[in-house]
Design a protein around this ligand. Structure first.
Ligand SMILES: NC(=O)c1ccc[n+]([C@@H]2O[C@H](COP(=O)([O-])OP(=O)(O)OC[C@H]3O[C@@H](n4cnc5c(N)ncnc54)[C@H](OP(=O)(O)O)[C@@H]3O)[C@@H](O)[C@H]2O)c1
Length: 275
């Protein structure tokens, strides 16, 4: 990736921006409108929301206010666990599009691998894809065994697996499996949900390039062909997070960042969640 506009080609040929704005925990209304508008003004072309974030209406409002053409923004949303199942997913999709005020979603994701449900959910996702309501379908929080199980009997392979990924949770085996299967990897909580902003080694590396630890983490993502979606509600952070296309990490620095992995999660383990 050399700029905010650069894309990654998904396994169905769709071009997905490699860098976007996440809006988990961002309040519907003023707050999310401000975040999304700031991102679009700064040149972002991808927004990552979800039904459970309860801010799809604000995301849609920001899109309309921004004046940016619909086709110039890539919108991801997700079906929540309580809505998994065939009919319920179709219904949840309609609710999401109504809130967003859009007809077609660019990427629709299963939010978590809810046991006993995700295969039926996937059948509904396949229908939405075949009906042209979504341009790509994928999953979040799927371990290798979930992906293998889902793909058994699936007609369409997931285009994307959105997973927690940052220097303390580098997910190398899952990344390698996804690349082998042609599934794009998207990093959520790329800044450790904010917990790695002041990480000493990442800050130290950043100093060499006149960059922050956040910028180092995001550059590490794009250098590894990982789609990334940092969240911020502050315009200055939104702008600085995207200011990563004028430097490259040296191989030495990448190697050092790679040593930080300790399989540490800031969120839940997909093999052990209770929501
Ligand atoms: N599929 C899933 O299950 C799942 C789970 C979690 C997240 N996600 C997606 O991934 C997105 C990102 O993950 P995340 O929200 O967990 O967190 P994140 O992007 O790793 O970190 C966000 C935190 O970092 C702070 N921050 C951002 N840029 C900063 C900067 N330049 N300097 C200082 N602080 C900065 C933000 O605060 P300020 O607002 O103050 O800048 C916020 O507290 C989510 O918003 C969501 O779209 C998906």
């Amino acid at each position: 990736m050399h700029s905010l506009k650069d894309t990654v080609q998904l396994n169905n040929g769709l071009e997905m921006p490699g860098f976007g704005l996440g809006v988990w925990k961002v309040k519907d209304g003023e707050e999310v409108i401000h975040s999304v508008r700031s991102a679009l003004n700064a040149g972002y072309t991808m927004i990552d929301t979800a039904a459970i974030y309860r801010n799809e209406a604000g995301v849609g409002e920001a899109l309309r206010q921004s004046g940016v053409k619909r086709e110039d923004v890539f919108i991801t949303t997700k079906v929540w666990n309580a809505d998994q199942g065939y009919d319920t997913t179709l219904k949840a999709f309609e609710t999401s599009t109504k809130k967003l005020g859009i007809e077609t979603v660019d990427l629709y994701l299963i939010h978590w691998p809810t046991a006993g449900k995700y295969k039926e959910t996937w059948r509904a996702m396949e229908k939405l894809y075949k009906d042209g309501r979504v341009r790509a379908i994928g999953v979040c929080n799927f371990h290798i065994h979930h992906l293998k199980d889902l793909m058994e009997g699936a007609e369409i392979k997931p285009a994307v697996n959105q997973i927690e990924l940052h220097p303390l949770l580098s997910q190398v085996p899952l990344r390698n499996y996804c690349y082998k299967e042609g599934i794009a990897v998207e990093a959520y909580s790329p800044l450790g949900s904010g917990g790695l902003i002041n990480h000493p080694l990442l800050s130290e590396i950043g100093k060499k390039y006149g960059k922050t630890a956040a910028q180092v983490m995001l550059r590490w993502d794009v250098d590894s062909e990982i789609i990334t979606i940092p969240r911020s509600t502050k315009e200055a952070h939104i702008i600085s997070n995207a200011d990563i296309f004028d430097f490259e990490l040296s191989l030495e620095d990448i190697d050092q960042i790679d040593t930080l992995n300790e399989d540490k999660r800031f969120g839940a383990d997909p093999d052990n969640f209770n929501f």
